[in-house]
Design a protein around this ligand. Structure first.
Ligand code: UDP
Length: 343
């Protein structure tokens, strides 16, 4: 029997590539569209190395309707889309907001237009915990009110959720919006992982690059928050767990007929860890030093957020499996193995 094809936009990126691996290993046939603007072609070889199967790949920009139409024409078995392709750096989004609104919204609208044309009505959206802002109550659950977004990036995710909900009400589209917390770690094989371009803005790649000596020291952004050690608290989740959540989301969309047209899920571990805890755990587990200093707060940072995930546990039958120790170990192994290869 022909396998069910899933269109994965941004499928060579950090979360996209791990999801492609999980999809293949779960019996799906992913079709990747990725313009390589923030990813590398060799990741495709690595996916093949891990899974023994080379997915169909199109180096297209999903904002181009003609190109996207060609992908759907050639892949009539596409039954669902997981939409990762988007710009994702919070800081950068404050410098070039127009680019963020254009890319993140035009790509979404284009994908939806072409899906409608080809009558493909299942959509998994890559959303973010940033839609919550600083919640009043923790852990934050899906019923918590959304705060006005502090960044243009967060605002594109809020707008996208709004668009998806409204479109789903017209009847042809079913949407699961997955609100990710902080994805870190890498595939166990160390063949794929996070590949930030330039100076990393996220904590974990900054830590791994500092530990390996590319960066002199990490700056911890603020130690005067109202938290036990004064540093910000986040819910870090292993990227392989996050990838599995997408597979469960696809299975849910494709097998259930009694679902609401639009639903949102928190995807985290339910545990909050401070920046300092992450640094200390990284040092202890990997037996390597991470030189750091404490600097001032980073604008736009919320003090503390972690996920209530019972909805995803119950409905998507999904639960994070990996520990914080796994996350820091796998992130470090990937950094070491990647640097060895590019020497
Ligand atoms: N952080 C830090 N130094 C860095 C990068 C990040 O102290 O060089 C902190 C940041 O202030 C936040 C946490 O690490 O409290 C996670 O930040 P990240 O950018 O990884 O994810 P975010 O939660 O902003 O999406």
């Amino acid at each position: 029997m022909a396998k069910v094809k899933i269109l994965v936009t941004g499928g060579l990126g950090f979360i996209g590539s791990h999801t492609v691996v999980e999809l293949i290993q779960s019996g799906f046939e992913p079709v990747i569209v990725d313009d390589l603007s923030n990813s590398e072609l060799f990741i495709l070889d690595r996916i093949e190395q891990i899974t023994g199967s080379r997915p169909e790949f199109y180096p297209y920009d999903v904002c181009d309707p003609e190109k996207l139409r060609a992908v759907f024409t050639e892949n009539k078995e596409i039954k669902a889309c997981i939409h990762f392709a988007a710009k994702k750096a919070v800081g950068e989004s404050m410098e070039i907001p127009l680019t963020y609104y254009r890319v993140n919204l035009v790509s979404l609208l284009t994908v939806l237009d072409i899906m409608k044309e080809f009558e493909v009505g299942n959509f998994v959206f890559s959303s973010s915990a940033t839609v919550y802002g600083q919640p009043e109550h923790l852990p934050v659950n899906e019923l918590s009110p959304l705060q006005k977004s502090l960044s243009s990036y967060g605002s594109t995710k809020q707008m996208a959720e709004d668009i998806l909900e409204k479109v789903s009400e017209t009847g042809w589209l079913k949407v699961l919006s997955l609100r990710y917390f902080n994805p870190v770690g890498a595939h166990k094989s160390s063949l794929i992982g996070e590949l930030p371009k330039g100076i990393p803005s996220n904590l974990m790649p900054y830590i791994t690059q500092t530990a390996i000596g590319i960066r002199e020291k990490l700056t911890i952004f603020g130690d005067d928050y109202n938290t036990p050690d004064g540093t910000c608290i986040r819910d870090y989740i292993h990227v392989a767990d996050l990838a599995k959540a997408h597979v469960n989301a696809c299975n849910y969309l494709l097998t259930r007929t009694d679902t609401s047209p639009y639903d949102v899920f928190n995807i985290g571990t339910g545990t909050g860890n401070s920046v300092l805890e992450i640094v200390k755990t990284f040092e202890k587990v990997n037996q390597v030093e991470v030189p750091y200093i404490t600097g001032s707060r980073r604008s736009g940072d919320v003090e503390s957020i972690y996920a209530g995930c019972t909805k995803a546990n119950k409905i998507l039958k999904w639960e994070a499996q990996y520990t914080l120790e796994d996350m820091v170990k796998d992130a470090w192994n990937w950094e070491k193995s990647y640097r060895k290869q590019i020497k």
